[in-house]
Design a binder for this molecule. Structure first.
Ligand code: PLP
Length: 397
């Protein structure tokens, strides 16, 4: 098998199309899907040598697969990371980082505004193994510093966060992690490497739910962990091999091919979301619009300093709480009601009663998840049609 030409100093668009490609002797132009669980050896001696690590080559798809490797190498190139490992879901990626990198007695500092299942892992699962967590307001740099303890090993954050799109200063928090010898882990699902590369600001580990914008068409689940060689060798690799959160080669192939259009799609998502945010900001029944690049967003300057675009998600608050939010959602003709995001199709959800339902009312209040808040994942339809759909639905609300 021939690997692709060396990336050298290829730009992001070229990397997204070309990086990591492995060609078989058939010289296929499109990346091959290796739908195989195992691999055969020419001789018993070869099997022995591969298991000893004396020679390269694949052994079993729980450990590695050529299609999965192509996806991992392309992701690493795009994030500017030394290495990548793909997983079955975004949550498998997050869990593997915590469970492989931490032990009893360790402490984690995490931004309070995080994906619901990530909160479950840090609040419910890690304590069972004697790993404690302090939750902080991610936007308050002093709070990160104050929460640090001698046993703090990891800092975890999402930026922009779900659903209120609050921004965390990556450079400042990375400096705190560095000073205390801890690892900064960033969930980059909302921005993708097309809009934000956390390692450029000092993050040590980046995790993704490739289910979202990387797939981009709502088809398949997947996750990615990007890290340094040392974390892979000392913690992650053995954990992944033996616990088995491996991605299906088929899903890896879908996400690998999706990367080819990631940059184009993210630009279109940003353009549409900007149009929709501007439209919503001018509506009488809309109390508040949150979009990272919108001038009304309290941290829009920080967003512009670390992101190349505001992303595809817009959050907004309507007058009239839950009742008006439900009426609006039910009246939409194009935009679907769905808790997923990052699809070509525009999707809307009411976080209070769906994604953030399990939180206490106090926890929701701290995060700004009010009864009138809606999260809109703006898709790739025509922005005029989306604004018209919202306009007629707002009349009903
Ligand atoms: C969806 C999501 C996850 C979890 O990913 P899955 O692929 O659904 O397991 C984690 N973090 C963020 C920010 C997400 O949006």
């Amino acid at each position: 098998m021939a690997t692709n030409k060396k990336p050298g100093n290829w730009k992001k668009r070229t990397l997204a199309v070309r990086a990591g490609q492995i060609r078989t002797p058939f010289q296929e132009t499109s990346e091959a899907l290796f739908l195989t669980s195992g691999y055969a050896y020419e001789a018993a001696e070869e099997a022995e040598a591969r298991f000893k690590g004396e020679i390269g080559g694949y052994q079993y798809s729980r450990f590695g697969n050529p299609t999965v490797s192509m996806f991992e190498d392309r992701m690493a190139a795009l994030e500017g990371a030394p290495v990548a490992r793909a997983t079955a879901t975004g949550m498998a990626a997050v869990s593997a980082v915590f469970l492989s990198g931490l032990k009893t007695g360790d402490h984690v500092v995490a931004a309070r505004a995080m994906f619901g299942s990530c909160l479950h892992v840090v609040e419910q699962i890690l304590p069972r193994f004697g790993i404690t967590t302090t939750l902080v307001d991610g936007g308050d740099v002093g709070a990160w510093e104050n929460a640090m303890r001698p046993e703090t090993r990891m800092l975890f954050l999402e930026t922009p966060s779900n659903p209120t799109l609050s921004i965390v200063d990556l450079k400042a928090v990375a400096q705190i992690a560095e000073k205390h010898g801890a690892l900064l882990v960033v969930d980059n699902a909302f921005a993708t490497p097309a809009l934000q590369r956390p390692m450029e600001f000092g993050a040590h580990i980046v995790v993704h739910s490739s289910t979202k914008y990387i797939d981009g068409q709502g088809r398949a689940l997947g996750g990615v962990i990007l890290c340094g060689q040392k974390f892979l060798d000392d913690s992650l690799q053995t954990f992944l091999r033996n616990t088995g959160p491996s991605i299906s080669p088929f899903n890896a192939w879908l996400h690998l091919k999706s990367l080819e259009t990631l940059d184009l799609r993210m630009k279109a998502h940003c353009e549409n979301a900007t149009r929709v945010a501007d439209f919503l900001a001018g509506q009488r029944k809309v109390k508040r619009v949150l979009y990272p690049f919108h001038p009304d967003h309290p941290q829009h300057n920080l967003a512009r300093a670390q992101m190349e675009g505001g992303g595809g998600v817009v959050a907004f608050e309507v007058e009239g709480g839950k009742k008006a939010s439900f009426k609006l959602a039910d009246a939409l003709g194009i935009i679907d009601i769905s808790n997923n995001l990052g699809d070509a199709k525009s999707l809307i959800t009411h976080p209070e009663t769906t994604t953030h339902q399990k939180l206490t009312p106090e926890a929701r209040a701290v995060l700004g998840v009010t009864s009138g808040l809606l999260r809109l994942s703006v898709g790739l339809e025509d922005a005029d049609d989306l604004c018209e759909d919202l306009e007629q639905a707002l009349k009903v609300a």
